[in-house]
Write a protein that binds this ligand. Structure first.
Ligand SMILES: Cc1ncc(C[n+]2csc(CCOP(=O)(O)OP(=O)(O)O)c2C)c(N)n1
Length: 630
């Protein structure tokens, strides 16, 4: 053991090899980790980031060149599921303490973990999957693509001398397959080009409008040796801190000063640009009502939902604030919808979707934080403080009245939740609001459960809300692991319907158990695709609705016990059937998290909505189709 310690301290033996050696010498994992932790500060090979602007030459396999470039780009985590072809990458990680591998046991989970990490860290999520498993990852790449999240998905391609021969696991046009859901896709052309290609992938993924990219590293390149330059991130990073056009900002300021009834709508680009505080300051300066985002197509809540100027989601016709004359859209892809007679100003980070479908009177491309700061400066330059104060007071009075009435209505709902045995969604919302610490990251792809959102507090100093905009389900459980990695010091809750949980499958639980991710997973269990049935019956109003028959959405029979499922995957959990059990169950879950353990609550909620009480479903037995009992 002495020799092992000497090698670790003097010769730069990697932490992983050191721990493996200690285990072989008979130490428990805990003892080995503790010894490695104690000695790491004295080791000759600390995992320090490269100095800003540095560049170095590295000789090694394509796998080594890839890993070294990721490291110098500041990539700390690689989400993966391995294949034979990518083994040179993982070989290169054996002696590389700077990057932690996080394994997912299905590629969809791998992609969603990388996505969740990117959303909560502001850094690109990097994942490696088998080329044959790529279609599994693609489901979740759709969420990243639609929400403009930087995810780099890498596969090891077949050796270039064999591609096109229709080998058993090889198919033509793999890049084309991911075409519509990636910003950029490429195959590295030579071993020495791997670092440069990797830099380009990271650059394309992160440069606004961000999004997923796809990179093939052919196996022959990964195994060959070459020398290439490795660069620190600042040498190829494009920050995109775009200042808006000064004349356009001045025009916007004048329009807003003269407006009789302005409206602000807010969107995800505020979250991407970390402009939340500035937007609150602007809304208060103008005394204007702020409309948030609707249910679909959006992934964050960038404005505090309990703020006195927040009037709820944006709709094309809104009872309040009535006839808007100037609509200022801040970073919302879906709110460039001026009402009749209103002028539209839209400040957007993503020039590709700005003014894409609806008329925009004043389109401005800018980083949202800089845009809002410049707009506030212009307002202050054009109007004396007293006028601005008077303007804000005259406008905000009726907004405060409206939001006070809305808050009272919410409180009446909360007060009326009562104490019945069945768990109504309002009761669950109240219990979650009471139990979850204010700094919780609330990761959700809960469909019917979204109706709980207005009864809870998000944004500002309250809980952070993250969901996939296009609602490709099976995302939340895995994404929450990435979120926890990005923000380990904040509580993380993942909430999803029973349908969504079964789309991801229990696989994310494996990663939670393996990596001791202290996350509370909540299944909002109504034994059905409840919202889907609501929509089918309401919009379609076809034969199923008319006859009161649900052909497709009942998930009971079998009634899956998600707590037992979780236990089988190494995560403790329990089923909750009654309202009176909620408080204690949530407390147990959060205590488990405090102790460093994941926990799952399978909460059976009251089945509400049109046709929800039905448990009838078409009966069919495959066993009965047999003519022989085999
Ligand atoms: C991957 C994926 N497949 C199918 C759908 C279509 N879909 C939309 S909502 C829904 C049902 C969701 O059920 P559940 O998660 O239990 O939520 P509930 O509606 O019951 O609240 C389905 C299947 C989808 N959004 N994503």
């Amino acid at each position: 053991m002495k020799e092992l310690i000497r090698q670790f301290l003097d010769e730069g033996l990697s932490r992983r090899r050191f721990m493996a050696g200690l285990s072989l010498a008979g130490l428990s994992t805990v003892a080995a980790r503790s010894m490695a932790q104690t000695l790491t500060p004295f080791s000759n090979k600390p995992a320090v980031p490269p100095p800003v602007g540095s560049m170095r030459s590295v000789t090694g396999t394509g796998g080594t060149l890839f890993v070294q470039q990721l490291k110098d780009a500041g990539v700390q985590y690689v989400f993966f599921n391995p294949s034979t072809g990518d083994s040179p990458i993982f070989d290169a990680m054996v002696d590389e303490p700077g990057i932690q591998l996080i394994k997912g046991v299905q590629e969809g989970a791998v992609a969603a973990m990388a996505d969740g990490y990117a959303r909560l860290s502001g850094k690109p999520g990097v994942c490696i999957v088998a080329n044959i498993g790529l279609p599994n990852a693609m489901t979740q790449m759709v969420n990243a693509f639609k929400d403009r999240i930087p995810v780099v998905t890498v596969v090891a391609g077949f050796p270039q001398e064999t591609v096109g021969r229709e080998l058993p696991q090889e198919y033509d046009f793999q890049e084309s397959m991911v075409g519509p859901i990636t910003k950029w896709r490429w195959t590295a052309q030579a071993t020495q080009a791997i670092p440069e290609t990797t830099r380009r992938a990271l650059k394309f993924a992160t440069t606004a409008p961000a999004g997923p990219v796809f990179l093939t590293l052919p196996e022959n390149q990964l195994r060959s040796n070459a020398t290439a330059s490795i660069m620190e991130r600042s040498l190829f990073d494009v920050p995109m801190l775009i200042r808006p056009d000064a004349a356009a900002i001045e025009r916007a300021a004048r329009m807003l000063l003269e407006a009789k009834n302005p409206l602000i709508s807010v969107g995800d680009e505020i979250t991407l640009c970390h402009a939340e505080r500035e937007v609150v300051a602007l809304a208060e300066l103008l005394g204007a009502p702020v409309a948030g985002q609707g249910e679909f197509g959006v992934w964050s809540k960038p404005f505090p939902t309990q703020h006195r100027l927040y009037i709820g989601p944006r709709q094309r016709t809104m009872r309040f604030p009535g006839d808007v004359d100037v609509h200022l859209n801040l970073g919302n892809h879906y709110s460039e919808l001026a009402g009749r007679g209103a002028k539209m100003i839209s400040i957007r980070l993503d020039a590709t979707s700005l003014a894409r479908s609806e008329p925009v009177d004043l389109p401005i491309v800018a980083d949202l934080r800089l845009g809002v700061l410049d707009l506030m400066a212009a307002l202050k330059a054009l109007a004396p403080a007293a006028r601005l104060r008077q303007l804000a007071e005259s406008r905000s009075g009726r907004v405060h009245e409206y939001t006070r009435a809305a808050a009272q209505m919410r409180q009446a709902i909360v007060a009326g939740v009562g104490n019945q045995t069945a768990i109504r969604r309002e009761r669950l919302a109240v219990e979650l609001e009471a139990a979850l610490p204010r700094d919780t990251i609330y990761v959700t792809d809960c469909d019917s459960g979204k109706a709980m959102d207005p009864l809870m507090s998000f944004g500002g100093d309250d809980k952070t809300y993250v969901c996939p905009g296009p609602a490709v389900l099976g995302w939340a459980a895995a994404a929450s692991i990435g979120a926890k990695l990005a923000q380990p010091d904040r509580p993380v809750v993942a909430i999803m319907g029973d349908g969504s949980m079964m789309f991801s499958g229990p696989q994310p639980l494996w990663s939670m158990a393996r990596y001791k991710a202290p996350i509370t997973t909540i299944i909002y269990n109504n034994l059905s695709y409840n919202n889907e049935r609501n929509r089918i019956w309401t919009y379609g109003a076809g034969t199923q609705f008319k006859r009161g028959i649900d052909m497709t959405c009942y998930n009971g029979n079998p009634d899956v016990d998600f707590a037992k499922t979780a236990q089988a995957w190494g995560v403790d959990g329990e089923v909750v059937h009654e309202s009176s059990q909620l408080k204690a169950a949530l407390a147990r879950a959060l205590r488990a998290n405090v102790a460093g353990e994941p926990y799952l609550l399978d909460i059976h909620v009251e089945r509400d909505g049109i046709g929800a009480a039905l448990s009838w479903h078409p009966e069919f037995s495959i066993a009965d189709q047999r003519t022989r009992k085999v």
